[in-house]
Design a protein around this ligand. Structure first.
Ligand SMILES: [Zn+2]
Ligand SMILES: [Zn+2]
Length: 337
């Protein structure tokens, strides 16, 4: 048997004893060591993920150690790993084009299928990535950062161009760090002054802007009226997503990393006159995960500073409700198993 923390219904987490998985061909059993807590977990717990099915074991930002492997698996027990939580079908149009991140039948651990808030998780071999000498905490944040790396790769930034990241949550912090790696000049906008100070002091943002009625004027002044080559939205807020259109420079791009359950609209003349490029960015691919790991290894991206809170697996039923509150000041919480 093993312990598992299940989200039974919105607002309720329970510790349960469940059967430990048994080895199967092509599958790996990972002893989970760290779980990063993500906006997805918080929304699922809060009940504001409309198509989420309960009960569900949450947790998709996972690192650990291989406990055992099934027949035909080339990995070795004891190896430290992180898990790519996006399971793709391999045959749909997106998978055939290598865009496994937007597979038509994607199954995300902790979202569509049970995730990693447990002691042992069984995962197909191709989603278990070995690393050597990496910190388990950092490995638990790889998925979160990979979303930012993917969005930046989508945008094909050029060195010296200007970037504005709207929304300084963990996803936005990932976007800004990879935009810096790409050599862009990075502006960050948020409503939360503490988050902005953190982005400037810890993560190297070039300029921070307090969101509000004067933000557009400030951006105009800071760019001599040019506005921004590439704007990334990481707010999860429909109004902010709409407002971002008018911050894009003529000839520039707008990348929507956020997703909201709403319609968003824009004025076509504003869009057209800019010849704006509008991009969605969803999840990440193996290539993005690998870029994150190499940037963590060479120190060009800082994951540890983002980890503000810690706790133990069995304390999650009391900790997660606290971490959901804005006043907790959580940027990234990491659970130890
Ligand atoms: Zn996540
Ligand atoms: Zn597919």
């Amino acid at each position: 048997m093993m312990k598992s923390v299940v989200c039974n219904e919105p607002g309720s987490l329970l510790v349960r004893d469940v059967a430990r998985p048994v080895d199967k061909p092509g599958q790996v059993i990972v002893k989970i060591k760290r779980i990063g807590i993500c906006g997805t977990d918080i929304h699922a717990f809060g009940g504001n993920q409309p198509f989420f099915q309960y009960p569900r074991v949450l947790g998709h930002e996972l690192s650990g150690e291989i406990a055992s492997v099934g027949e035909g698996v080339a990995l070795t027990p004891g190896q430290e790993v992180y898990i790519v939580p996006y399971m793709s079908c391999g045959s749909c149009i997106a998978c055939r084009r290598g865009k496994t991140n937007c597979c038509t039948d994607i199954q995300v651990l902790g979202v569509h299928v049970d995730g990693g808030m447990c002691e042992y998780l069984q995962v197909p071999e191709q989603y278990v990535i070995t690393t050597a000498g990496m910190d388990l905490d950092q490995l638990a944040v790889v998925e979160c950062l990979a979303i930012g790396a993917h969005a930046v790769r989508r945008a094909k930034l050029t060195a010296g161009s200007t970037v504005l990241v709207v929304g300084a949550g963990p996803i936005g912090m990932g976007v800004m760090q990879f935009a810096k790696v790409a050599g862009a000049k990075v502006f960050v906008m948020d409503m939360n002054a503490e988050r902005l100070a953190f982005c400037k002091d810890q993560l190297g943002a070039d300029q921070v802007i307090q969101a509000g009625p004067t933000a557009r004027e400030q951006i105009s002044a800071l760019t001599s009226g040019d506005f921004i080559d590439t704007v990334f939205d990481a707010t999860g807020n429909a109004k902010a997503m709409e407002a971002g259109f008018e911050l894009v420079a003529h000839g520039g791009s707008y990348v929507l990393v956020s997703v909201v359950k709403a319609e968003i609209s824009f004025a076509d003349p504003e869009f057209h006159k800019r010849e704006m490029t509008l991009l969605g960015s969803r999840n990440a691919t193996r290539e993005d995960f690998e870029q994150v790991v190499s940037c963590l290894e060479n120190g060009s991206v800082n994951a540890n500073a983002m980890i503000t809170h810690r706790g133990a697996l069995l304390d999650l039923p009391t900790l997660l409700p606290q971490w959901c509150k804005a006043e907790s000041g959580v940027i990234k919480a990491v659970v130890e198993v």
